[in-house]
Each structure stands twice: as structure tokens, then as C-alpha cells.
Design a protein around this ligand. Structure first.
Ligand code: GUN
Ligand code: ZN
Length: 454
């Protein structure tokens, strides 16, 4: 790309609001100077940056708010077509909705179509990076990584492996899990914007042999990621306890195999023990909190306060298709609702927390905090421009917001896919909503700033 000075109202959280009351940074008439490789080199108010770089072309994003691209730390690629299976709890939903659909990804044309629908769901909702729970078929994973590269998104993904209690078509063996994982890592890990995550589905469907095969991959390739599910549903937790009588608890099934570390993301964690939280913190693991899924499947209310007090890092995931869609705005709002519903046991969340949980926290969970997650100099220009259609309810509310936190709250309360106007990854524009006027490439001193009214 050519170096560009973006002019916009922007907000970001370079630090955590859980530890820093001043984490939310905002510029009502802001400037982001992005170099030819898509990296932010200066960040501040527009007038200062424009005066220092008068010859750099300016792209004005008039109206709305520019945020760092959303980071979804738990989303299932094969489940896009089964979003909305209501009325079931986890194990029934897996049997009746998710697993029959996942078996269809053995067919390459089917998997190709689903891949494309899935990636469109991410980018049209402003998600620029995702930790993606993959398919059970190697061919479907090659198709996924190819399409993700074409889409320009950052993905951390892997072949899902299991060898019991699902359905025959979805089972593999430890030997095949190892050899197919190895081939995928060699082909895709660290190539372009892709990374690999070793992904046993959950201990309920994994023998110790499969977990050992996963550990062998992680020993051989020490910088790959690990992801799985944990402590989502009480029946699931009880079954895992019976399947692993020699383990202390659910976390211990992964821990004994040597699967836990700084790059491990465990989804749900709705019913952890204090011991498990302590061990997650000690290993530097993250929890992917999926509040829409937890509500929809009736899994429970996420104990955020206990995670934070134990020192466990938490980010957000949509958990499509147990979750209800790709919107990280909706997920942030549901995270807020969940803490409200917990009453005294809840951790009240501010708009700054919601932004942090859906952006910077995800970057840290993926050990990518040095590259993405906020608009500080040195970070890649991964961004979502939320620009509600004129006359929409969100437009009205934003136009009457009297402070940046109020505007941010309005975005989480009202924002949808329809408000995502443009999306960039590493400076490349990867999505433009149809009907959005092309951003003006030049600005003159007479142009009004793109500020929220105050
Ligand atoms: N546990 C094992 N597989 C799944 C899945 O596909 N979705 C959810 N929510 N939990 C799981
Ligand atoms: Zn899941």
C-alpha cells in the first residue's frame, strides 16, 4: 500500500482496563499514519500529524468510529450453517446439530463453500483475527487456509482431532492425528497471516493417545498454539471425570499430556475449580469467554471475577455455531449482561472493558500483543470502521453521545454487521460494505473533522 494518513474518530485500549483505569484512549479528530508495509508509525491528533506530514495522502473516514479490528478467540469454521440451533444443551446440540454438519465437510466442494461463507462472516463483522476451531478433515483444512490467505485475514487454526464418542466419520487415530497435523504445520504455520493451533476437540472425545499425539506436535513445533474446550457444561464435566479417573480435574487431562502454556486458549471455562484457575494462571493460559453460546446452550454464567482474581487472562469468542453469530459487538454486550446477572458475584464491565475484551485481550491471548490489538505505533493497521447508515438508530444515538465512553457503549448496545463500513488487515482493505461512499483520498484544510458531535 502507499503510505497513508487516516483521519477518523478513533478509540483503542493499549492497556487493560482491569489494571489501568485510563486504558481507553480516544481521539475525536485523530490521525493514524500508516507506512507502506501497513504498520502504524504515528498515532495522535490529526492536525499535528498532518502538519508533520503535509505530503502524505489522507484518507478521511467521516462519521462513525474507527476501532482496532476485532479478535475472536473461539469460532468454529464448520458450523456457520447451523447457527441458531436453539432449545438444546451442549451434548444434545453436538449430536443433533453440530456433528452431522461437521461430517459433511469430508466433501471438498461442500467444505469450500462453507469456508467462503465463514470467512465472509468474520470480515463483514469487523473481525480481522480469529482463533478458528477447524474441521476434522485435512482436506477441509487445506481449503480453509488457502481461502483465509485469499481473504487477507489473520487466522490461527488447526485440524480438529478426536477418537471416541463422536461419530465414526469424525474419528481419527493418534498416528493419523500426528502425521496430518505435521503436514499442515509444515505447509501453513507462519505462512503469510496463518498460524497453526493443535486442536483436540475436548477431553470427552479424546483418548490419552490422541492427547499424546497432540503433545508430540507441540514438542516438535514449539511455537504452535493450542486450543480446546474446558468446563463448559456440567454433564460434560462429569463425563470427563469418569473417562479420566487418574486426573485431578478437567484441566489436568490437558496438563498431564503437556499441552498447556502461554499459547494455550481454553474455551468456555464456565465451571472451573479454584485449583484449575490457579493452574491456568501458572501456565499463562487464556480463557476464551463465549457469553452468547453460554446463554444459548444454557451452559452457565461465566465467573469473570474469579478468573481475573486468579490471574487468568480472558478474551472473547463468538463460538459460532453454538454461539449466535459473528458479531463481537454482540458478544461484548452479552459479556456485560452476564456480569450484571451475576449480581454481587459479577464483575461490572465498562465500555472500555468491552473494547479491550474484543480487541487487545484477544491479541494477548494469541501471543500477538506486539503486532495487533490497538493503534499504538509499531502495530499493524488492522481496523474496523463502524459507520452506521444515516438515520439508523445507532446513528441517532451516536450523534447524541456526549463522551467517547458513551459513544462506545452505544456501539456495543446497538451495533450490528450492518454498521461495519470498511475493514483493514495490515493496511490492506479486506471489506467494504456495499453502498459505502469511497473514502476521500485527499483532505483540504477546509474539510470538517470527522468528529462525533459533543
Ligand atoms: N465442545 C466440544 N465441541 C464443541 C463445540 O463444537 N461447541 C461447543 N460450544 N462446545 C464443544
Ligand atoms: Zn466451541
Amino acid at each position: 500500500m502507499t503510505p497513508t494518513l487516516f483521519r477518523a474518530t478513533f478509540m483503542h485500549t493499549p492497556s487493560s482496563p482491569f489494571t489501568d483505569a485510563g486504558a481507553l484512549r480516544t481521539e475525536t479528530d485523530g490521525g493514524l499514519l500508516v507506512d507502506g508495509s501497513g504498520v502504524i508509525v504515528q498515532s495522535g491528533d490529526f492536525a499535528t500529524l498532518h502538519a508533520a506530514h503535509p505530503d502524505t495522502p489522507v484518507t478521511t473516514l467521516r462519521g462513525g468510529v474507527l476501532l482496532p479490528g476485532f479478535i475472536d478467540t473461539h469460532v468454529h469454521y464448520p458450523q456457520v450453517r447451523v447457527i441458531g440451533g436453539l432449545g438444546m444443551s451442549l451434548l444434545d446440540w453436538l449430536d443433533r446439530c453440530a456433528l452431522p454438519e461437521e461430517a459433511r465437510l469430508a466433501d471438498a466442494p461442500y467444505a469450500r463453500a462453507v469456508t467462503s461463507e465463514f470467512l465472509h462472516g468474520l470480515r463483514s463483522n469487523g473481525t480481522t483475527t480469529a482463533l478458528v476451531f477447524g474441521a476434522h478433515f485435512k482436506g477441509a483444512m487445506d481449503l480453509f487456509f488457502e481461502a483465509a490467505a485469499d481473504a487477507g485475514l489473520r487466522t490461527v487454526a488447526g485440524l480438529v482431532v478426536s477418537d471416541r464418542l463422536l461419530r465414526g466419520e469424525l474419528h481419527t487415530t493418534p498416528e493419523r492425528a500426528y502425521s496430518e497435523g505435521k503436514a499442515l504445520i509444515e505447509r501453513w504455520h507462519g505462512v503469510g497471516r496463518a498460524r497453526y493451533a493443535v486442536t483436540p476437540r475436548f477431553s470427552l472425545s479424546a483418548s490419552e493417545g490422541i492427547l499424546d499425539a497432540c503433545a508430540a506436535l507441540m514438542t516438535e513445533y514449539s511455537d504452535v498454539h493450542f486450543t480446546s474446550h474446558i468446563n463448559e457444561n456440567l454433564r460434560e464435566v462429569q463425563t470427563v471425570r469418569e473417562l479420566f479417573p487418574g486426573s485431578l480435574d478437567y484441566l489436568d487431562t490437558y496438563d498431564r499430556a503437556g499441552l498447556l502454556g502461554r499459547r494455550s486458549v481454553l474455551a468456555h471455562s464456565v465451571h472451573p475449580t479454584d485449583r484449575e484457575l490457579g493452574q491456568m494462571a501458572a501456565h499463562g493460559c487464556s480463557a476464551a469467554h463465549c457469553p452468547c453460546s453460554n446463554a444459548s446452550l444454557g451452559s452457565g454464567l461465566f465467573p469473570l471475577r474469579r478468573h481475573v482474581h486468579a490471574g487468568v487472562h480472558v478474551a472473547l469468542g463468538t463460538d459460532v455455531g453454538g454461539g449466535t453469530g459473528f458479531s463481537m459487538l454482540k458478544e461484548g454486550l452479552q459479556a456485560y449482561f452476564t456480569q450484571q446477572l451475576l449480581g454481587a458475584a459479577g464483575l461490572p464491565l465498562t465500555p472500555a472493558h468491552l473494547l479491550y475484551l474484543s480487541t487487545r485481550a484477544g491479541a494477548e491471548a494469541l501471543d500477538m500483543g506486539g503486532q495487533i490489538g490497538d493503534f499504538s505505533p509499531g502495530k499493524a493497521f488492522d481496523a474496523v470502521w463502524l459507520r452506521p447508515p444515516e438515520g439508523s438508530t445507532l446513528d441517532t444515538v451516536l450523534n447524541h453521545a456526549s463522551s467517547p465512553p458513551e459513544a462506545l457503549a452505544a456501539l456495543f448496545a446497538n451495533g450490528t454487521q450492518a454498521d461495519v463500513a470498511q475493514v483493514w488487515v495490515g493496511g490492506d482493505r479486506v471489506y467494504v460494505r456495499s453502498g459505502v461512499p469511497a473514502a476521500a483520498p485527499q483532505v483540504t484544510a477546509a474539510d470538517p473533522p470527522p468528529v462525533l458531535s459533543s
